[in-house]
Design a protein around this ligand. Structure first.
Ligand SMILES: Nc1ncnc2c1ncn2[C@@H]1O[C@H](COP(=O)(O)OP(=O)(O)OP(=O)(O)O)[C@@H](O)[C@H]1O
Ligand SMILES: Nc1ncnc2c1ncn2[C@@H]1O[C@H](COP(=O)(O)OP(=O)(O)OP(=O)(O)O)[C@@H](O)[C@H]1O
Ligand SMILES: [Mg+2]
Ligand SMILES: [Mg+2]
Lengths: 258, 258
């Protein structure tokens, strides 16, 4: 049974897609089999891994709405042991279609938990859109744990309490075993007062939930997707690559201790 | 009749809220009366202008869903001639509630266009959430024009074509006079290859739609909301302040020439 982690934060632009792609690649580089599920209609995770829009034959829209089997949706990336269930903009209509569906927040859980039976994934990472909509709720129900990227900025800290409320609600109504894998500081610039302040606030309020690893702001990280590569492939010695490998080690260690 | 501009981009974290707050303040500092409409359930524009959650008695949720008059929702900010219709997280349920409403994308247009009759606003700026959901569609129907913040990054450029498709659809089905006020490059770092590349691509594809003013990446811009001030009040001589004042001048000039 793979460990399913949803990468969530309704605040936009905090590094959800970047963390999904690069943590996924770092875990794969350590010998694990990883599936990325792109649940954002923008399809940034699919593009960032080089899956052209015309090559996305079956997508996460088909998985959730049409009942297509996971094995038909999943496809390889150019990175060893890293697979992806891609997304297209079709997914943006899924939200409205789900509203009237009786099992509307359980559809991804059913599709994923059934679909992974005959595959050998160690980790599944779900990249979520910047909203607490039905797609993100589906991810929170399907997941065993949540990874929360926290940009070291003022507005990003504000959204955290709202996210924690939603997590509690999902735990009470649909997924009692849902845990928080952790909170990871992203685009961290140690020279910046605000960033140090956000780190202090996060560690004071959330304690050990905050990973030791911080992802630094690093231009190589933002360049990598334009070459359709994870940063650990685009520039293996960059500060971004080193940080994502360290995050992967922390998560693997944490997971083996459970 | 005020000029109503919706600040839109479904890509997250591109500077929609920051542009709404600071362009609004810059226009107000030039003697114009400005209303900011916070249409994002995160309520970042309301927080960034110092409206505490407990002081948001009537909100844009009430305006759209409950039919509360605009005059009851609008309240002053600490900045002269800058008013706000605040938002709370209640707004996140509005999306689902709107799905079954017959006039679901015309509700904000009706509330705004009626509500501004007896007020003396010169500009109305609507801050949108990072999604092409029913809230954003309401803003695109209510607006005369759209302002599109474009972060100088790879993923941000990808979302633009999807946004342009939605704009064409809204123009054909609900708001035939909808124009594009312009595209403004945000968090621009001239030392960064990727940023210069995005600027070149944007100006090649969009021509004069791209404002001459570029908003530089400037830490004072991201610090200002933690002091509940627009950057032109927090640090009037900063590069961010100068840029937003220049953007205001461009928009005023463009608007007076029409
Ligand atoms: N450590 C980093 N250093 C520099 N740039 C980064 C870093 N992490 C992310 N970025 C850049 O910041 C932008 C936002 O990141 P990303 O798109 O991953 O966020 P997101 O949370 O997935 O956004 P959305 O809310 O739209 O889904 C991207 O252009 C990305 O390349
Ligand atoms: N010119 C700038 N220089 C430095 N930081 C900036 C600049 N513009 C915006 N920021 C910071 O970048 C982050 C994202 O900006 P903002 O929240 O305005 O984007 P948004 O598009 O409104 O996000 P969302 O999609 O979540 O609504 C914020 O923390 C903001 O303070
Ligand atoms: Mg993303
Ligand atoms: Mg915003």
């Amino acid at each position: 049974e793979p460990h399913i982690i949803a990468v969530v934060n309704q605040k936009g632009g905090v590094g959800k897609t970047t963390t999904t792609i690069n943590l996924g690649a770092a875990l794969a580089s350590k010998g694990l089999n990883v599936l990325i599920v792109d649940l954002d209609p923008q399809g940034n995770a699919s593009t960032g891994l080089g899956i052209e829009p015309e090559d996305r034959e079956f997508t996460t829209y088909d998985l959730i709405i049409e009942g297509t089997a996971l094995a038909d949706v999943v496809r390889p990336t150019k990175f060893n042991r890293l697979m992806i269930a891609p997304a297209t903009t079709d997914l943006s209509s899924a939200d409205m279609q789900l509203v009237s569906h009786e099992k509307r927040i359980f559809l991804l859980q059913k599709a994923l938990r059934e679909g992974v039976q005959d595959q050998k994934f160690d980790f599944v990472l779900i990249d979520c859109p910047p909203s607490l909509n039905l797609l993100t709720l589906n991810a929170m129900v399907a997941a065993h744990a949540l990874l929360i990227p926290l940009q070291s900025e003022f507005f990003a800290l504000e959204g955290l309490s709202q996210l924690m409320l939603s997590i509690r609600e999902i735990r009470q109504t649909a997924n009692p075993d849902l845990r928080i894998e952790g909170v990871v500081l992203t685009m961290f610039d140690a020279r910046n007062n605000l960033a140090r302040q956000v780190e202090e606030d996060a560690r004071d309020n959330l304690g050990d939930l905050v990973f030791k690893t911080k992802i630094p702001r690093n231009v190589r990280v933002s360049e990598a997707p334009s070459y359709a590569m994870p940063v650990i492939q685009y520039d293996p010695t960059s500060r971004g690559s080193v940080a994502y490998k360290s995050l992967a080690t922390e998560i693997m260690k944490q997971h083996s201790e459970r």
